[in-house]
Design a protein around this ligand. Structure first.
Ligand SMILES: NC(=O)c1ccc[n+]([C@@H]2O[C@H](COP(=O)([O-])OP(=O)(O)OC[C@H]3O[C@@H](n4cnc5c(N)ncnc54)[C@H](OP(=O)(O)O)[C@@H]3O)[C@@H](O)[C@H]2O)c1
Length: 231
């Protein structure tokens, strides 16, 4: 039984990770809401990553796995992007991640087989119009992932998953009618939108001891979007 801290484990991909892990582990979810966690045997800690200070007394002395899920998708032409947009994307995707990671690191160091998982986006490896702000913020996450994986090896493994468009509340505004859904599918090499459950199974594998030889990797779960061209 491992102690697992999932920031943003209450919705979307994070919720699916929580559902796969809570039966056999002690799972702590930090998020603003908890409605979708009803009935799950987890510890919920109300927390806003952009506003709150972490109370470490609510977390266990040893943390075996740490996952950070909060993110954003604000797409704008570069000429309309204000400094505040860059700052808010950096805040939720990167600065809050580094704050929490640094706070929890001493407890990860107490684990025998610690592992960490972050989230990036396909838009870091493939240039996409209107993604300048989110691509920059997630680019920071990717650089951070590789650097801390090097610094903390062999004790702590650190990886990231870079999805393309996936069916969650975050992406709903791009998928909320049949026309948008079909257009999004048609842009993907596998002609599908991401399924948070399928991303969660890879996430759980990367976190687990079965992935003990995987660190510093950005795993692209994106229907081939980052590497495959079909026409
Ligand atoms: N979905 C996609 O198409 C897609 C594509 C590429 C990359 N990604 C990345 O994948 C990751 C997961 O995305 P997702 O689609 O699963 O997102 P999601 O459905 O919006 O879920 C995000 C989770 O983070 C929590 N969260 C958001 N803002 C928070 C805040 N200020 N403080 C505390 N918790 C907060 C949410 O819980 P509460 O609302 O309860 O706080 C929720 O549990 C993100 O980093 C995203 O950038 C997603």
């Amino acid at each position: 039984m491992k102690n697992i801290v999932i920031v943003g484990g209450s919705k979307g991909i994070g919720l699916e990770i929580t559902k796969l892990l809570y039966n056999n582990n002690k799972v702590y979810v930090l998020s603003r809401t908890a409605e979708e966690l009803a009935g799950l045997n987890i510890t919920h800690i109300p927390f806003d990553v952009t506003a709150d200070q972490l109370n470490l007394e609510l977390l266990p002395e040893v943390v075996d796995q740490f996952v950070y899920c909060p993110g954003s998708i604000n797409l704008k032409p570069i000429s309309n992007l204000k400094q505040e947009s860059f700052q808010s994307d950096m805040q939720i995707n990167f600065f809050a991640l580094t704050d929490l990671f640094q706070a929890i690191l001493p407890r990860l160091k107490k684990s025998n087989q610690a592992s960490v998982l972050f989230f990036s986006t396909v838009a870091v490896s493939v240039g996409m119009p209107f993604h300048a702000s989110i691509a920059a913020a997630k680019g920071a996450v990717e650089g951070f992932t590789k650097s801390v994986a090097a610094e903390l090896a062999p004790g702590i493994r650190v990886n990231a998953i870079a999805p393309s468009l996936t069916h969650t509340s975050l992406a709903d505004k791009f998928l909320n009618n049949e026309r948008k859904l079909e257009a999004a599918k048609s842009r993907n090499p596998l002609q599908e939108i991401g399924d948070p459950k399928k991303i969660a199974t890879t996430a759980v594998h990367l976190l687990s001891d079965d992935a003990s030889w995987i660190t510093g990797q950005i795993i692209h779960i994106d229907g081939g979007m980052s590497t495959v061209k079909t026409s």
